[in-house]
Design a binder for this molecule. Structure first.
Ligand SMILES: C[S@@+](CC[C@H](N)C(=O)[O-])C[C@H]1O[C@@H](n2cnc3c(N)ncnc32)[C@H](O)[C@@H]1O
Length: 308
């Protein structure tokens, strides 16, 4: 448990709400994005240790990428949307290695140092407060953890072309993030590198991914083949990313691994930041500092709202 009572954790940062959304069918199934999916999988496979103790995917949605974690002893799927997580439960709930946690990244309800690996893909572009989110990711890692983090690159070739042709008002070369639609941001690699450094995360590898996100090309070339060709450019493109997506392998310089053998030990109170929690029943954990109680409902640990 933390030694001192911490101030009420920040909850006033706007969050995009996927609750009740049909993200799987609206964005992936039959939407012509097999190439993006295949390229992302190749990037993750290269950057992420195939086996390990405990992994969490932050902003896992319905668990699109969860099969990539098959070599891990425990797999946490974490997301803000309870309904997307419930989809994941329906698909993977029979596997005892999975733990499903609903919560907000800004008050990440995972105990410090519990993750050996961490993945966050297609989430950063929704974050209004990147520094706070990165501090939380850093906190749950230890010095041997490996993180794979993706962000949307504002300095991509399509944005550069649109800007040169005056079809876009914002400059892809300016370093500040651009919010092109509410709660949808693109980031400049220099700005992102600075934020990671401030958060205490060191970048070990950088890949530029999805160079061929063009309808004409995607319609003509098999997605797996296109992704394979893209993968030849991952590392070289990563030296000066011009692709719309950037994948980073990150690590932390210090931090001790927390063993966490029970769910209560895995979790942290999102209300006051105390950790670990106390197991009160099979489906209840409690914070001994602020007395908040959290429940597991339909397979998902709901850390968004206390029941008492
Ligand atoms: C575009 S989806 C990507 C889902 C998954 N990573 C994938 O690639 O299929 C973005 C996900 O991030 C989650 N998300 C956005 N903001 C969040 C926050 N503040 N805390 C936790 N999850 C968040 C959303 O609920 C949503 O499931």
């Amino acid at each position: 448990m933390t030694d001192s009572v911490q101030p009420q954790m920040s909850v006033d940062i706007p969050v995009i709400d996927y609750e009740g959304s049909q993200y799987r069918v609206d964005f992936w199934v039959g939407q012509g994005r097999q190439y993006e999916d295949a390229a992302e999988r190749l990037a993750i496979r290269r950057m992420l240790p195939a086996n390990g103790g405990r992994i969490a995917e932050i902003g896992a949605g319905f668990g699109r990428l969860a099969d990539l974690y098959a070599g891990y002893e425990q797999i946490i799927l974490f997301d803000y949307s309870r309904t997307l997580l419930q989809e994941a439960v329906r698909e993977r709930g029979h596997d005892p290695r999975f733990v499903f946690v609903a919560g907000n990244i800004y008050t990440l309800p995972l105990a410090s140092g519990v993750l050996d690996s961490l993945v966050m893909v297609r989430v950063m572009h929704h974050l209004a407060d990147v520094p706070t989110a990165l501090r939380q990711l850093r906190r749950v890692m230890h010095r041997h953890s490996v993180g794979v983090i993706e962000y949307a690159n504002k300095r991509n070739l399509k944005a550069l072309a649109r800007w040169v042709l005056r079809r876009q008002t914002w400059s892809p070369l300016s370093e500040e993030p651009v919010e092109f639609v509410r709660l949808n941001y693109d980031f400049h690699p220099v700005w992102m590198a600075r934020q990671l450094n401030i958060a205490g995360l060191s970048v070990r590898q950088r890949y530029a991914v999805s160079h061929f996100r063009l309808a004409a090309l995607k319609g003509r070339v098999d997605a797996e083949v296109l992704a394979r060709i893209d993968s030849w450019l991952f590392a070289i493109g990563g030296t000066f990313p011009l692709a719309p997506s950037v994948f980073l392998q990150v690590g932390a310089a210090d931090g001790v691994r927390a063993p966490a053998t029970t769910v209560a030990e895995l979790l942290r109170c999102p209300q006051c930041g105390a950790e670990p929690l106390e197991q009160r029943a099979e489906d209840r954990v409690a914070c001994v500092q602020c007395n908040s109680v959290f429940a597991q409902r339909a397979g998902v640990w709901d850390m968004k709202e206390a029941v008492a």
